[in-house]
Design a protein around this ligand. Structure first.
Ligand code: SF4
Length: 57
C-alpha cells in the first residue's frame, strides 16, 4: 500500500525532496503520492513537519 497525504499538508515540498523514488508531486492544494510508484518506505512520513502523511489502510 502507498502512503497518503491529507489536508494538513502545507505544501512545503520536504516530502517530495526526500522521496527516494520520486513518487511525490505538487497537486492543486496539497502534494500527492503516486500509488503506482510509492514503495511505502516511510521516509516522507518521518520528514513531514505537519504530520500530514500516513499509511493508507
Ligand atoms: Fe516516497 Fe517512501 Fe513516501 Fe512512498 S513512503 S511516497 S516511496 S518517501
Amino acid at each position: 500500500m502507498a502512503r497518503v497525504i491529507n489536508s494538513d499538508c502545507v505544501m512545503c515540498g520536504t516530502c517530495r525532496d526526500n522521496c527516494p523514488v520520486g513518487a511525490i508531486s505538487e497537486g492543486a492544494d496539497k502534494f500527492e503520492i503516486n500509488p503506482n510508484e510509492c514503495i511505502d518506505c516511510g521516509v516522507c512520513e518521518s520528514v513531514c513537519p505537519t504530520g500530514a502523511i500516513s499509511e493508507n489502510n
